[in-house]
Design a protein around this ligand. Sequence first.
Ligand code: NAD
Ligand code: MG
Length: 282
Amino acid sequence: MKKPNKFPEQKQSLPGEEAMMTPQPEVINANYKGSEKLKGKIALITGGDSGIGRSIAVHFAREGAAVAILYLNEKTDAENTKKLIEKENQKCILIEGDLKDEKFCQSSVQKVIKELGGLNIVVNNAGLQFSENKVENITKEHLQETFETNIYPFFYIVKEALPHLKKDDTIINTTSVTAYRGSEHLLDYSSTKGAIVTFTRSLATMLAKKGIRVNAVAPGPIWTPLIVATFDKVSDFGQDTPMGRAGQPSEVGPAYVFLASQDSSYITGQIIHINGGEIVGS
Ligand code: NAD
Ligand code: MG
C-alpha cells in the first residue's frame, strides 16, 4: 500500500526532465513479471521518453515488444528510457522532433516501419498544459499550442500508421480525468482531453470491422515531469483524490499492456480510469 505523498517543492519549465525530479517517479514495479503478452510486437509511443510514456515503454518491453520512442527534445530522458528497454533485451529507437509538424509525424511512422520492421501498437500519449485560472488570460498562442500538440498529431500519426496496421493491432490514447470532471485551472487542456475521448470512440467505431481496436486511458494525478513543469506548487499534488495521494507511472503502464494485448480482445472505444478512486462517468 503506497503512503500519502508530500512532494518537495520544485519548478521546471516545459517539457520538463524526469532526470531532474525529486523523488524520481517509479517506472515499473520491481515485482512486475512479464509473460510475453506482446511478444514480437512493435510499438510506437509518443512522449515515451518520460513519465507515463516511459512506464508504458518499459512495460511493453518487459512483455516482449520492440519500442520506438518519439519525444520533443529531452535527450537525457530519452537515452535513459532506451537503456531501460535494452535492459529488457528489446530493441529501442529514439526519434526526436515536434509532433505539431505533420511531416515529422509521417516520417517518424515510416522510420519505425523501416527500422523495426512493422507497427502493431500506436500509443498517442504526448501532451502539454498551461495552467490558467481565468479564461480571459488564455492567450491565443497557448490555446493553439495546446490543441496543436494534444490532439492534431493523433490524426497525423494514425493517418500514416493505418495502412500498416492489421487485425488485432491496437491504438491507445492518453486522455485525462479532466475530460470527465472539468478543471478550473486547465480549460483549454481539458478541452483537448475531451476531444481525445471522442476521437477514441469515433475511431474505434470506424476501425472495428477491421479488427483494429482503439481505447484510451484517463489518468488522474500522476507524478511526472509535466507536473513539475506546469504547476507552481506540487507539495500537495494528488492529495485531493479519495486515496489521498498521487499515482506513480508504474501504476498506469500495466493498463496499456492490457489494452495492447489480446486480454482486451472484446474491448474497443472504451476508457480506463486510473485516478485514485474518483468516480467519473464512463
Ligand atoms: P511527460 O512530460 O513525461 O510526458 C509528456 C511528453 O510529451 C514529453 O515527454 C514530451 O517529450 C512530449 N511532448 C510534448 N510536446 C511535444 C511535441 N510538440 N512534440 C513531441 N513531443 C512532445 O508527462 P506525462 O504526465 O507522462 O504526460 C503524458 C500524457 O499523460 C500527456 O498526454 C498528459 O496530458 C497525460 N496526463 C498526465 C497526467 C498527470 O498527472 N501526469 C494526468 C492526466 C493525463
Ligand atoms: Mg519528457
